[in-house]
Each structure stands twice: as C-alpha cells, then as structure tokens.
Design a protein around this ligand. Structure first.
Ligand code: ZN
Ligand code: ZN
Length: 330
C-alpha cells in the first residue's frame, strides 16, 4: 500500500500540471512542506493561500493559511474556518486543487468581501434592532432598511468591483418620507460618495496628495444618522414642535402653516414659523438659523434686507392705518 507521503507526492505532480490551467491562479511553490498559490479575481479580490499537510494527510484535512493585501484579516480568518469545514468533506481525497477552486469560487461569489469591515462597522455602530441590512452578493449590493418611529426608508447601495477607487452608487427604494426630504437625502449621499474619490477642485498647498477613501461607511452614516434617524423626529427651531407628524399618513393633509420647509443649513421649519421669522425685523445682518447659527437662504424669501425692511414697514403702516380705522369706528 502507498504511504501517505507517496500519495502526497503524486498529488503534487498533479497540482503542477493542473494549477497553471486555472485562470487567475499562480502556483508559487509546490513542495511536500508547503504549497503556495496566488489567486486573482480582480485587483481587490486576490489572496495568497499557503497550504500545509499533516503527516496523516489526506486522512486529515489540509491546513490553509490566507494572506491578502486587499482583504482584511478578519475576513480571511472567517474564510479559513470555512476552508477547514470544506476540507473535511474531502477527507481521503486529493484536496489541493479542490481547495484552490473553492477559494477562487468564494472570491467570485462574494464581491462584497471587499467591504467586509465597513459593513461590520455599519451594523455595529449605525443600525438599531429594527433596522435591516441585507447583503446581496449576486449583484454586489447592500440593502438597508432604516426605521425611526413610524418612518422608514430603504436604500440599495452598489459596490463597484474597483471600489474604493470608484465610489458606491446609491438608489432609494420604498419609503414614507415626504418628497422634499427624500431626494435631498440621496443627493447629499451621492455628493459625499463623490468627495471620497475625487480630489477637491481647490487644493490647499499644504494638503497631502489626494487618495480615494472608502465611501460606503460615510454614505451609510449620512443616510442613517443624518437623514432617517434625525429627520423622523426633528423639531422646528422656532416653535419646537415636531416637523413630521407622528403618523406619516397625515403628511398628505398637512395644514398650509405646518408645511415643511427645508433651508440651506439642513434644518426644517414649519412654513408659517419660517414665514413669520423671515418677515419680521431685524433684517439688516441677514437671518440666521436659531439651531445652528448659519445664515438662512431660501428661494421663497430671497429678498434684500432693504426690501424686506421696506415691506415690513409698509405692512406695519397698513396695520396702523387699519387699527386707526377700527379705533375711529368704535
Ligand atoms: Zn414651527
Ligand atoms: Zn440650521
């Protein structure tokens, strides 16, 4: 009967013939002590697998160690565990080629492996128990469903193969937020993603050379914390009442005074509260948001201080006249 060593040697001969024909696989060492292969799917999905054999191999599973310049150690640790479970299915068989193919297929089937650490951070730091995060490996997309009180918003975030050099793409799906907010949520997220990968137009001389940054986490942080979680229960800075009604079904029948206005700084106001605030002096220095102190720019109130002053004075005069008339009639 052939010894385990003989079995291994004949398997290594077979590996030398077969491995070079597997696309993306480079056989770097093929010795009884160690077999080392580099597996390449694309620039982000690549790894080196180091395989070793116990004396009792192949009646014991092959021992696999993984290294990668692009994939995190945490992910690789997880993959090693899967490898071990997989190798146990092949006990008694030639395991090397099976393992190489298994690892290559893992990289092909799991394009989101390149954002493994970011997804972990999103789940840990940004999501609450009611939120959902689903990985769709077949389309390289992450589906988020974020809830706050009675409001919810779903997003599909696509991770391109050349991530992080290219940014994630954001698509909004089901939600019950008012139109004025939801398009803004996505528009800003797209801009945040763009800024992660494109250098600023005006470069400061002391800035270090620009390098693209991963955009998934910043985009999720914005959509989850700065949008859904925040606006679902935001109060008007002027009257301190809720902006969105507790019951989203009431959104369609909001009183004109309670209509939602969004200003430049991102704070929301009731239409009537903002209207009163903008039309009441002082005007000279401009109007500033009571919450954050930023100047309020708003299409509907785009008038100069002088004009606002004149209109206000005119209105006051009209009211005085009316009051005088009322006095006279009494
Ligand atoms: Zn208000
Ligand atoms: Zn503000």
């Amino acid at each position: 009967m052939a010894s385990n060593k003989d079995i291994l040697l004949s398997e290594l001969e077979q590996v030398k013939q077969k491995a070079p024909h597997i696309e993306g696989v480079t056989l770097e060492a093929c010795l009884p002590e160690i077999v080392r292969v580099h597996i390449y799917v694309d620039d982000m999905r690549q790894m080196t697998a180091v395989m070793q054999f116990l004396e009792t191999y192949p009646t014991e599973p092959i021992v696999v160690e993984l290294k990668s310049k692009t994939l995190t150690e945490k992910l690789l640790d997880g993959v090693v565990k899967i490898c071990d479970a997989e190798a146990r299915k092949y006990i008694g068989q030639k395991q090397i080629i099976l393992m190489i193919n298994f690892l290559k297929q893992f990289l092909i089937d799991n394009p989101l492996c390149i954002v493994n650490d970011e997804v972990g951070k999103v789940k840990k730091e940004l999501l609450s128990d009611e939120d959902r995060c689903k990985l769709m490996q077949s389309t390289s997309q992450i589906v988020l469903k974020i809830k706050e009180e009675e409001y919810y918003m779903s997003y599909k975030i696509s991770v391109p193969p050349d991530y992080p050099a290219k940014q994630v793409q954001i698509e909004m799906s089901e939600n019950n937020f008012p139109d004025i907010l939801k398009t803004n949520f996505v528009g800003q997220a797209v801009e945040i993603a763009r800024q992660c990968v494109q250098p600023p137009l005006k470069k400061k001389p002391k800035d270090p050379p620009f390098e693209p940054k991963p955009s998934l986490y910043p985009v999720c942080e914005h959509l989850i914390q700065q949008c859904v979680k925040r606006y679902a229960k935001e109060n008007c800075p002027l009257c301190n009442d809720r902006i969105l009604p507790r019951n989203p079904e009431e959104l369609g029948r909001l009183d004109k005074k309670k209509r939602i206005e969004r200003v430049y700084c991102g704070h929301l106001f009731h239409y009537f509260c903002l209207y009163k605030f903008m039309k009441t002096p002082p005007f000279a220095a401009g109007k500033f948001c009571p919450s954050c102190g930023k100047q309020i720019f708003h299409e509907k109130f785009k008038v100069s201080a002088e004009l606002a002053e004149a209109r206000w004075a005119h209105k006051q005069a009209r009211q005085r006249e009316l009051a005088e008339v009322v006095d006279f009639l009494e």
